[in-house]
Design a protein around this ligand. Structure first.
Ligand code: ADP
Ligand code: ADP
Length: 225
């Protein structure tokens, strides 16, 4: 689905990430952990071609990111759902419309899609909040709305950046359960998090690879987690 080979990225002249090799196989579940500022968000942005590598190769669905046209990238992005760290809602639109935004933008808001939207809103437990405005939501509600928006286009891959930031433990587990359910439906999932307790909790539910990012490199984490 997504493959990085000797990939590097730097915002300036100094490389932030280098020698990054990773293959997100279909249906796999990965965690990416590491301290704040290590480059987790940057890595995710490489994975959905929001950034192009300054060295090496990033491939999305067998296509070299650097060789893709804007159109190719837009098509590939429809297959990748991203849960952004800061949620990025349009505050003047109700929650349901925010969740439906990717459909609206792609002109796919048909009757069937509207039914799927209802179902999705129920699945994340936001039926009673569908007409609320984003600023009225609790932390846990925001994260569930962000997850719903990330999966509205039925993507093959879900990349979640600290999806359990700002929520309590019970809500973290609920979000984790939703992501595990998506993986059981066959979707490839990668969660960037510094919450090691969440990773431990996940290991009881799903077979996940844990990657650690640090010093500009990505390593497979040991069994000590
Ligand atoms: P993490 O998600 O692990 O906290 P980030 O990928 O957000 O790490 O950031 C890694 C480093 O890159 C940080 O030092 C950050 O300040 C820097 N950085 C992130 N985005 C930019 C940017 N747009 N321009 C310059 N530096 C950036
Ligand atoms: P936070 O932990 O961020 O405050 P909560 O989920 O506790 O968020 O906020 C409560 C909101 O979530 C309410 O709107 C409530 O109706 C809804 N909610 C909580 N649990 C469920 C559930 N199991 N199914 C559906 N909705 C739920």
């Amino acid at each position: 689905m997504i493959e990085l080979e000797d990939a590097a990225y730097g915002y300036g002249t100094e490389p932030l990430l280098s020698e990054i090799g990773l293959r997100l196989a279909p249906g796999s579940f990965h965690f990416l952990t590491g301290p704040s500022g290590a480059g987790k968000t940057t890595f995710l942005r490489l994975c959905y071609a929001d950034l192009l590598p300054t060295g090496g190769s990033v491939r999305l669905f067998e296509q070299e990111a650097k060789a893709m046209s804007r159109d190719d990238i837009a098509k590939a992005r429809q297959r990748i759902g991203v849960v952004h760290q800061d949620c990025q809602f349009l505050d003047h639109l109700p929650v349901a419309e925010n969740i439906a935004l990717p459909l609206t933008v792609s002109g796919r808001k048909t009757g069937q899609e509207a039914a799927n939207l209802e179902e999705l809103i129920g699945w994340v437990g936001l039926r009673a909040r569908a007409d609320a405005l984003p600023p009225e939501l609790s932390g846990g509600e925001r994260q569930r709305a962000a997850l719903a928006r990330a999966v509205i286009m039925d993507p093959d891959v879900i990349l979640a950046d600290e999806p359990t930031g700002n929520v309590d433990w019970e809500m973290s587990l609920r979000l984790l359960t939703l992501l595990v359910e998506l993986n059981k439906m066959g979707k490839t999932v990668l969660i960037a998090t510094h919450d090691l307790a969440l990773i431990r909790a996940a290991k009881a539910q799903v077979s996940a690879r844990v990657l650690r990012i640090g010093g500009g490199r990505i390593h497979l984490a040991g069994a000590d987690l």
